[in-house]
Design a binder for this molecule. Structure first.
Ligand code: NAD
Length: 482
């Protein structure tokens, strides 16, 4: 696709809210979206007002019995049709996301296709939400029914706007629950389109609502008395606030938060494969990935050779306009670029060694180059905090036990990677790593059917796979005395 063909015109003029089966404009404050590749104003939106938020929640509540009353196989058909529509029209959403997020076009398309995959995966689960019978002995029998949790809130980040939306909305709808989604204020354009297509696919009006706005609207949504569950993806700091808001309706929470994920490379590893995966794992999507492998922990004897290879891969990445599908797009916003730059400048001022990158390029837009700091002390800010940009820190270790101590030495615990030819050693490490997912000899080469979520400050609960249904389909126990 050429840049001209991919112009995101379909986004312009769209309604930015979707309430009770109809698109509408926000009645709250105006916002101007900035094109991150040019730093120019691109598109205007308006936030939802608190009244519109209340209408969205009441619509979602009223629609619950309609959807829960449908046969599970009928619900599955709707979700399947939605998956097909997303795939057929993927180019339209990919072009919007490439311009809005600054994501290279092929990566934006992959995000859209993942959204379709989630709807198809959870469509298959609709008619398999079986309860159980529990023998009690004597004259009593217990059985469980999996019931929809109720109205669910989905509060989303900007880095993968569609796939993070779909990974929560698809299991919620499959379980018979209803949805009010709030995309990030930076990337509000695609969610409404998805809700419109869901209606077209046969989803009853009111089941899937979208409201726009920032943290205040997010907090009001999480704290609305009729919300039964809040699925939040974003920073650890905002996640803590969401938990406090959700305490008001005593809602359940799934929190998918930040990370500072380690990749351990032992001396016996396939270094060429490790170099490619480590470079991909931190520079892909300009490092704006919660699961970014931001810390390379490498056995001393192979450290320099491996890091030189990763640096060469980073330096070969071409920056460019997202719609022309470069290797590296811009960061999403001026704030994000300033944040990344702040971490880098403070690390340099602290005397840390930057072997590549570390300098804002002389061009328009919020671009930042692949950057590597070596021999970073474990306590350094840049080794402990999530940068959320293309910045890798490396640390040397003298063996697996030291690697493990370094890897577990932050507040986060989202994912981790291990490279070693010794499967027993890799399994031993995998079992001791504090992370929700551990990749052995293939960092981030998993999939969306695998349970995903963090430990420690990286979150609570699990999404993806069948585990992702647990938040939305709650067992009710019925005990019969006979
Ligand atoms: P953010 O926390 O600033 O915002 C996320 C969402 O929360 C936005 O929609 C925002 O409007 C809303 N929000 C902000 N304050 C709120 C409040 N007090 N109450 C309710 N809602 C509020 O995060 P971001 O900058 O959009 O995204 C980047 C962060 O997201 C990174 O930390 C990244 O690691 C994390 N993330 C995690 C995952 C995961 O699956 N674990 C995936 C993607 C991103």
């Amino acid at each position: 696709m050429t840049a001209t063909q991919a112009q995101p015109q379909p986004a312009l003029g769209l309604a930015h809210l979707f309430i009770d089966g109809a698109g509408c404009d926000g009645a709250g404050p105006e916002r101007i979206l900035i094109d991150p590749a040019s730093a120019q104003p691109w598109h205007g939106t308006r936030d939802a007002s608190e009244d519109q938020l209340r209408l969205a929640v009441s619509g979602a509540k009223a629609a619950l019995p309609v959807w829960a009353g449908r046969a599970p196989a009928a619900r599955a058909k709707v979700l399947m049709r939605l998956a097909a529509l997303i795939e057929e029209r993927a180019g339209q959403l990919a072009a919007i996301e490439a311009r809005n997020v600054g994501k290279p076009l092929a990566q934006a398309r992959r995000d859209v296709i993942r959204a379709a995959d989630y709807f198809r995966f959870y469509a298959g689960a609709c008619d398999k939400l079986n309860g159980e019978t529990i023998p009690l002995g004597g004259e009593r029998t217990a059985l469980t029914l999996l019931e929809p949790v109720g109205v669910t809130a989905h509060i989303l980040p900007w880095n993968y706007p569609l796939s993070t939306l779909a990974r929560g909305v698809a299991p919620a709808l499959a379980a018979g629950a209803s949805v009010v989604a709030k995309p990030s204020e930076l990337t509000p354009l695609s969610a409404v389109t998805l809700a419109q297509w869901a209606l077209e696919a046969g989803l009853p009006a009111g089941l899937f609502n979208v409201i726009c706005g920032g943290g205040e609207i997010g907090a009001a949504l999480a704290g609305h008395p009729d919300i039964a569950h809040v699925t939040f993806t974003g920073s650890t700091e905002s996640g803590r606030k969401v938990m406090q808001s959700a305490a008001v309706p005593v809602a359940g929470v799934t929190l998918e938060l930040g990370g500072k994920s380690p990749v351990i490379v032992l001396a016996d590893a396939d270094l060429e494969a490790a170099a490619k995966d480590v470079a991909h794992g931190i520079f892909f999507n300009a490092g704006q990935i919660c699961t970014a492998g931001a810390r390379l922990i490498c056995q001393r004897s192979v450290h320099d050779a491996l890091v030189a290879r990763i640096a060469a891969l980073g330096e070969a990445m071409q920056m460019g306009d997202p719609l022309e599908d470069p290797d590296l797009g811009p960061l999403v916003s001026a704030n994000q670029r300033n944040r990344v730059e702040g971490f880098v400048e403070r690390a340099k001022a602290a005397g840390l060694t930057c072997i590549t990158g570390g300098q804002r390029p002389d061009r328009a837009g919020y671009f930042y180059p692949p950057t590597i700091f070596t021999a970073v002390p474990p306590a350094a800010e840049i080794a402990q905090c999530e940068v959320f940009g293309p910045v890798l820190v490396t640390q040397c270790c003298d063996g697996p036990d030291e690697a493990l101590a370094l890897a577990n030495g932050t507040a986060f615990g989202l994912v981790a990677g291990i490279y070693s030819a010794d499967a027993t050693q890799a399994l031993r490490l995998a079992r001791r790593l504090e992370a929700g997912q551990v990749f052995v000899n293939g960092f981030l080469k998993g999939g969306d059917s695998i349970p995903f979520g963090g430990v420690k400050h990286s979150g609570i609960g699990r999404e993806k796979g069948l585990a992702g249904l647990a938040a939305y389909a709650l067992p009710k126990a019925i005990i019969l005395s006979h």
